[in-house]
Design a protein around this ligand. Structure first.
Ligand SMILES: NC(=O)c1ccc[n+]([C@@H]2O[C@H](COP(=O)([O-])OP(=O)(O)OC[C@H]3O[C@@H](n4cnc5c(N)ncnc54)[C@H](OP(=O)(O)O)[C@@H]3O)[C@@H](O)[C@H]2O)c1
Length: 283
């Protein structure tokens, strides 16, 4: 049985798939885990498994397809804990398969952009003061090798919708966010990195429309490297393919694209850009 190590992590989408394995492994190492998802039944199962292995855990329910729920989640986190050493933005939905049609979030945004990217953008900003006061702290954005450049004339994919494109642009958006945020966090003791965990892991997302070709453990190992490995201390603004540092889609290195996405995201998420520009340390 692990002894509690005094550290707390929030892992979004930890009721299933790779998020669940990461939650259980950190829990078994003595972390306190804030387990998150929509499904309370599965959430409570993860909490029970973590407690059984000696960790501490509680379940926080929120549907990330609603920005109001993201704000509620951030409030619940701040009520539940005085410190946050690790935030893993992992929750996500897949492409919806070849027949997938365009869906919208509660706020009227294209659903994959909203759930896979914008919710994590808002959650990260809302939890930033807590992360900074807990420094050294880490943020890990679970993106994907599947990446497609964002068309800033049609971010919400109102024309020629394609589920794969929707998934891929949302995953690239996470990487643009990661690379843009890192310099703002310089000197704060908070780092941020993104990764493709593994290709077609054996999770519900993959099984729904295809055949798994790698294990959940492989993806969990890659996420845990960014989350806790000593060699990642102080390293920030990077993209990893599995355990290896890699190049993302070229748009991730386009400063103008990152600025355009940040400006749009602040607006969509209802965060004040003036505040961010005046006091970047607050965001
Ligand atoms: N599987 C792969 O091969 C692969 C490859 C590259 C990247 N990834 C990325 O890895 C991450 C995890 O994927 P996975 O394969 O482990 O998926 P998964 O098994 O389908 O699990 C997804 C998790 O996200 C949560 N979630 C989904 N929609 C949500 C919403 N609207 N609000 C709140 N939580 C929500 C689910 O919780 P509830 O059901 O309880 O809501 C679940 O815990 C995703 O970001 C995915 O894009 C996966």
């Amino acid at each position: 049985m692990a002894k509690l190590n005094g550290k707390t992590a929030l892992i979004t989408g930890s009721t299933d798939g790779v998020g669940r394995m990461v939650a259980e492994r950190l829990g078994a190492d003595g972390w306190r885990i804030l387990v998150h998802g929509r499904d309370r039944g599965r959430g409570e199962q993860v909490v029970a498994a973590i407690k059984k292995s000696g960790g501490a855990a509680e379940f926080l329910q929120a549907d990330l397809s609603s920005l109001a729920e993201v704000r509620r989640l951030a409030d619940a986190v701040q009520k539940a804990t005085k410190r946050l050493d690790l935030l893993i933005n992992n929750a996500g939905i897949g492409s919806g398969g070849p027949q997938g049609t365009r869906q919208m979030s509660a706020d009227g945004h294209e659903l994959r952009f909203a759930v896979n990217y914008l919710s994590g953008f808002l959650l990260t900003h809302l939890l930033m003061p807590l992360l900074k006061s807990s420094a050294p702290a880490r943020i890990v954005n679970v993106a994907s090798l599947g990446q497609q450049a964002i068309d800033f004339d049609d971010v919400m994919l109102q024309h020629d919708y394609n589920g794969m494109r929707a998934y891929r642009q949302s995953k690239l958006a996470q990487i643009l966010f990661t690379i843009g945020l890192a310099p703002e966090l310089k000197g704060s003791g908070v780092t941020v990195n993104a990764l493709h965990p593994a290709t077609f892991m054996d999770t519900a997302m993959v099984r729904q429309f295809g055949r798994p070709i790698s294990t959940v453990k492989e993806g969990a190992d890659a996420i845990l490297k960014l989350a806790v490995a000593p060699e990642m201390e102080g390293r920030s603004g990077l993209y990893f393919n599995g355990q290896n540092e890699a190049q993302a889609n070229a748009q991730a290195y386009d400063a103008q694209a990152r600025q355009d996405l940040a400006a749009l995201s602040f607006e969509l998420a209802g965060l004040s850009t003036q505040k961010a520009a005046a006091a970047p340390g607050q965001f």
